[in-house]
Write a protein that binds this ligand. Structure first.
Ligand code: 3HC
Length: 267
């Protein structure tokens, strides 16, 4: 079966996922305000123009959560905060899961407990973690996280959805940071600490890692790209201390590329 996607959220992950999914199915995306709606429409138009096969005509943007009720696979992709996600998941379940006995509910959390969010949804047997990466149209991986109660049917349909999205699924344990962030963020934070310790410029560290370790983007550019606020939240969930240079930038509102400034100046 082809899943129709209902995405709750209007940030980078939500819009990226909508663009990718639109190549093969209809998508309904919920934004929390008129302002978010305008922003996400622009992001979708930009993303779709450079993603082969994407069809923005198949994406409906709405501010009514109830408009997601006809979708077969719901994806929550809002701020990385347990209370906010739990509240929205409960609302989504209330609005859609009762009428639709086969709908699946998922979260794109990168570091929160999928089992706890599954319980918060009230439908743990039809719940799954679907951790996609930034930029969604380019990164092939999806970390798939099952809760203990996730049913066999939900598991099979989730893996099939990853294929539908032309992604590669890796099933990961429900532990903080799953696989990628668990291994990536200690390295990224180490780079920020090393910058302060060594007095090197961000560009020197990034150039060394790109040319010497073959990574597509240096660690400080990657922190900026992910966002320093999001990176801090991921670090907190991994019990990593926020590096001092990163904390100083966050305090100034320099949250990385999206804010025009972080370790680099993008203005
Ligand atoms: N769709 C959307 N955005 C795209 C894109 C596409 N098809 N192709 C490139 N991009 C974006 C880049 O982000 C950047 O954005 P902008 O133009 O809007 O400012 C721009 O396009 C750069 O484009 P380029 O054509 O110059 O692309 P590059 O060759 O420089 O590649 C990159 C950019 C794909 C981001 C590459 O540097 C890369 O792979 N970097 C590593 C990314 C990575 O490690 N991601 C994982 C982060 S961790 C994570 O996501 C976990 C989460 O929980 C935080």
């Amino acid at each position: 079966m082809t899943e129709t996607l209902g995405i709750a959220g209007s940030g980078t992950i939500a819009s990226g996922l909508a663009v990718v999914a639109s190549a093969g199915t209809d998508v309904v995306l919920w934004a929390r305000s008129e302002e978010s709606q305008e922003r996400v429409r622009a992001a979708i138009a930009k993303g779709a123009s450079r993603h082969e096969g994407a069809d923005p005509g198949r994406i409906t943007v709405t501010t009514e959560l109830a408009d997601l009720d006809a979708c077969s696979f719901l994806v929550e992709a809002i701020v990385e905060d347990h209370a906010s996600k739990a509240a929205l998941l409960a609302d989504l379940a209330e609005l859609t899961m009762h009428q639709n006995e086969t709908a699946i509910l998922s979260t794109t959390t990168s570091s929160l407990s999928v089992s706890e969010l599954a319980e918060a949804s009230g439908h743990p047997e039809r719940f799954v973690g679907l951790h996609v990466f930034n930029p969604v149209p380019v990164m092939k991986l999806v970390e798939v996280v099952f809760a203990p109660a996730t049913s066999e049917e939900t598991r099979a349909r989730t893996l099939a959805l990853c294929e539908q999205l032309a992604k590669v699924a890796v099933i990961t344990p429900d532990t903080p940071g799953f696989v990628v962030n668990r291994l990536l963020f200690p390295y990224l934070f180490d780079a920020a600490n090393f910058m302060a310790e060594s007095g090197l410029e961000a560009a020197a560290i990034d150039e060394a890692m790109k040319l010497g370790a073959g990574v597509p983007m240096g660690p400080l550019a990657l922190l900026d790209y992910v966002g320093l606020d999001v990176s801090k939240a991921i670090g907190d969930s991994l019990s990593l201390e926020t590096p001092a240079p990163m904390a100083a930038l966050i305090a100034e509102g320099a949250l990385g590329k999206k804010a025009g400034r972080g370790f680099y100046d993008y203005s």
